[in-house]
Design a protein around this ligand. Structure first.
Ligand code: NAP
Length: 261
């Protein structure tokens, strides 16, 4: 199916690695133009070289989105370079484990800066462009928003707010025909996830215990599976009547009885 993403400019925060990089590749495969916004310039440049080598048009904006100015600048650079913006994928985030017991009020605010505030800031600055293109917003959330994890208050509250904002923005942006949806991953092997696993004394044992509880196939979700739904949702041809939705791509991890696995 042609998703009609050809020549569409899609800004992807945290697009240099993991889930964001998979979305960038999928946009490129559909003939769209991913704009990767990431603080990891080295990984970003490597991905841009790979995408250009495969014939995709793409670009990289190096930015740490914890500052408001960086968010404004990332949108401005994209609009200047590409002349338009058709979609925003808010994806950058880090499960930084700022908890109630292990954490301070200042670290909690810092965690919201890492995980939440730039979702709003990017949407705010992208809005005039998305209004012109009748574009789409896709927010990457986390199962932690609905299951909790323990010891990660900042990340959990950011991801919960992202689900709420998805619905709120879907309502607010109805008059412009801008669709807003969220994809909710659970267990996806990425550099961030690998780093988290390595914080356990026996990462292999921990991983085996996790995958044994994933109902469908006892396996991790792949970044490509998240990306496949993401490009579908960005396509007004395929998903033109889908808005305000929270879509779980998790092999049944959140909603099916894990005692079955
Ligand atoms: P990842 O492997 O760390 O890739 C994310 C990229 O975003 C990295 O290059 C990272 O740079 C960058 N980034 C993070 N914060 C940034 C900021 N403030 N400004 C600019 N760039 C920033 O992460 P991932 O696992 O793909 O996660 C992507 C999203 O999926 C996150 O929102 C995460 O919460 C969500 N998610 C992931 C999983 C999973 O199982 N992997 C599950 C649920 C939800 P650095 O390396 O420098 O941080």
């Amino acid at each position: 199916m042609d998703l009609e993403l050809r020549d569409k400019v899609v800004l992807i925060t945290g697009g240099a690695k993991g889930i964001g990089a998979a979305i960038a590749r999928a946009v490129g495969q559909e003939g769209g133009m991913p704009v990767i916004v990431d603080r990891d310039a080295e990984a970003g440049e490597k991905l841009v070289a790979e995408l250009r080598g495969g014939g995709s048009r793409c670009s990289l904006v190096r930015a740490d989105l914890t500052s408001v100015d960086s968010c404004a600048n990332a949108v401005e650079c994209t609009a200047k370079e590409c002349g338009r913006l058709d979609a925003l994928v808010n994806n950058a985030g880090v499960n930084d484990r700022v908890g109630l017991e292990r954490g301070t009020p200042e670290e909690y605010v810092g965690s919201l800066q890492q995980n939440l505030l730039h979702y709003y800031n990017m949407a705010h600055y992208a809005l005039p462009h998305l209004e012109r293109s009748r574009g789409a917003v896709l927010n990457i959330a986390s199962k932690v928003a609905v299951t909790g994890q323990g010891g990660t208050s900042g990340y959990a509250s950011a991801k919960g707010a992202i689900l709420a904002l998805t619905r709120e923005w879907a309502v607010e942006l109805l008059p412009y025909g801008i669709r807003v949806n969220a994809v909710v991953p659970a267990e996806v092997m990425t550099p961030l996830y690998q780093q988290w696993l390595e914080s356990f004394s026996n990462p292999t044992e921990k991983l085996t215990a996790i995958v044994s509880r994933i109902p469908l196939g006892n396996r991790m979700t792949t970044s490509d599976e998240i990306a496949a739904l993401s490009v579908f949702l960005l396509s007004s041809k395929a998903a033109g009547h889908i808005t305000g939705q929270h879509l779980f791509v998790d092999g049944g991890y959140v909603h099916l009885d894990r005692a079955l696995s």
